[in-house]
Every structure is written in C-alpha cells, then in structure tokens.
Design a protein around this ligand. Structure first.
Ligand SMILES: [Mn+2]
Length: 308
C-alpha cells in the first residue's frame, strides 16, 4: 500500500486526477492532501466532494479552509478567492462544506513523516504548535519572522521528516527539499505551476503541469468584469493596466536559475517585481526581463546572492 501526499490543490481537479493516475493510486492506497484543496482554481466543489466521500482520502486544514469557516461564522471578511469558491460550491451546499472544512485536522503524524499545511515552530512539540503557525496564516508567519532570523524549514528540529504545503518556495515548479528532512511540496498549481505529490514510504516525487494560470485568469476577469454595483461601491486604487486575459509571466524561476541564482525564498520578490514591470509595460520581452534581473542582481551580487 502506498500513501500519496499531495500539495496545495486549490480547486485544480483535472491536475489532481492526472496526478492520481500518474502515481497509480488505487482504492487500496491512501491519499492525504496537505490542505488548501479549495479556492483559486476552477473546481473547489469537486475536491470537497472527493475528500468528503472517499474513505481512503483525507485532507489537512489549510489556511484557505480556515478562511472559509471563519468568514462563514462572521469572524473575518471573505476574500475574492473565498467568494469565487463559494459560488462554485453553491449556497445550498456551503454550510455543510464549511462544517467539513472546520473538521479537518491541523496535522497528521504518520510513522514515517509529520504532515502540516503551513509551518513548524522549532522547539515546540507538534501538539503544542500554535494553530496560526501550523495552518499557515499570515499572523503565524509574522510570528516566526519576528522571533527567528532563519526560515522555519532551516530550523526544523522535529523527530520525523516533515512534509508541508502552503508556500511555493522555489517558484520553479520543483519542490523544496531541505537536508532530506523538510519537504515543501506546494509548487503553485493554481498559478500555472505544477501539482506535486510525494509517495510514501519511498519518498518519491510525482508531479504534473498545471493546464494554465487559473488564479490570474479568475481574479483578473472578476476584477475587470464584476457586477457594476460591486465596482462602483468601492472604487479601487488604479492598478497597472491589465488586459482581461492576464498575460503569462515572461520571467520565471528557471530564468533566475539561468542567471546564476540559487533557488530560494528570495526568488518570490524578484519575480513579482519583474511581473509588475511587465504589467506596467516597462518590459515586454523575456530578454528585457533577464536584463532587468541581471541589473538588479549585479551591483551587489556578492552581498545579495547569499540571501537568495
Ligand atoms: Mn496555504
């Protein structure tokens, strides 16, 4: 019997089915999603249905499931990704879906690995971890940033190898593996990356490419074409002009690698800067994007590259 651990699916039903086929998962095998099965992608409802109904499948609670049941209880305002998923799920099914999402565990301890959606605070036993840290909310992330000067995965001191989702640390479509003990397997499927799984007990990766950048498409089309009352009620700050079909990113993680940079958490801000420049019309070809990366990295390459 195999156990397939799956990174953040975010409503990407087609890629999830393809991953199960690729990993040759049958009814006798176990499937555990690391949470964030809903939001951003095209079919949150199908994922919820699958994990509610299949006895050999279970999911952790991610920060997105948490946002659903907390906003349903009136504890916070739903963001666009919850509003869109709620439409996919339907009003009739939504209360039950929230109840299911609230019932999901914050971690699962297997004999050979610890599974969490978000982060892990060093020196704290798993049962005493704060919910915000282990489920991966922003306040949990800020707590770690305030109190530690290294990313959590460099400080991980638990007994078992840990498998986490939530952050696409490398933005190259490849998972993060730190010292063979920490596996970060969210590889940004809903944003046009890949859906990654890890097969236990052998710790073998399986991965499929996303069919498209679902979140760019959904969020941009809703912002540009939302109901008139929604737009007029709350005027937004002017944004860089974005056409209804979000342009694909010119500069991607693999290009930073080609520029000689080592994959790491520093990739995110640089890639975002490049995409902002692209949307603002400052760069329009990959060559211009690479020039921008080189100009940004070169002046202080000795001092900054270590941080990447
Ligand atoms: Mn998450």
């Amino acid at each position: 019997m195999s156990t397939l651990i799956v990174g953040d699916i975010h409503g990407c039903w087609d890629e999830f089915r393809e991953l199960l086929d690729l990993a040759s998962i049958g009814k006798g095998d176990r499937i555990i999603a690391l949470g964030d099965i809903v939001d951003r992608g095209p079919d949150s409802a199908a994922l919820l249905e699958f994990f509610r109904s299949q006895p050999h499948a279970e999911s952790l609670q991610g920060n997105h499931e948490r946002k659903h049941f907390r906003s349903f209880r009136g504890e916070l305002k739903p963001a666009l990704s919850q509003t869109l998923a709620r439409e996919q799920i339907g009003e009739q099914a939504y209360p039950g879906a929230c109840e299911f999402m609230a019932s999901l565990p914050e971690f699962i301890e297997l004999p050979n690995a610890l599974l969490v959606h978000g982060f892990f605070e060093p020196g704290v036993p798993v049962r005493e971890q704060r919910t915000t840290v282990i489920v991966g909310t922003l306040s949990g992330e800020f707590r770690l940033q305030r109190n530690y000067d290294h990313p959590w995965y460099e400080l991980y001191d638990g007994e078992l190898p840990i498998i986490a989702g939530h952050r696409d640390y490398l933005l190259t479509g490849r998972p993060l593996v730190h010292l063979g003990r920490v596996f970060g397997i969210d590889t940004g499927c809903c944003k046009g990356g890949r859906l990654t799984g890890l097969l236990l007990p052998e710790f073998r990766f399986v991965s499929v490419a996303a069919r498209k950048d679902y979140w760019a498409e959904a969020s941009v089309s809703r912002r540009n074409c939302g109901p008139a009352d929604r737009r007029s009620r709350k005027p937004r700050k002017p944004r860089p002009s974005v056409s209804p079909a979000a342009p694909p990113r010119l500069v991607r993680g693999r290009h930073l690698v080609e520029c000689g940079m080592t994959p790491g958490p520093g990739f995110g801000p640089i890639l975002q800067e490049c995409y902002d420049a692209q949307l603002a019309g400052k760069i329009s070809t990959l060559a211009e994007g690479i020039d921008m990366v080189r100009a940004r990295v070169r002046p202080t390459s000795e001092s900054t590259e270590r941080g990447m």
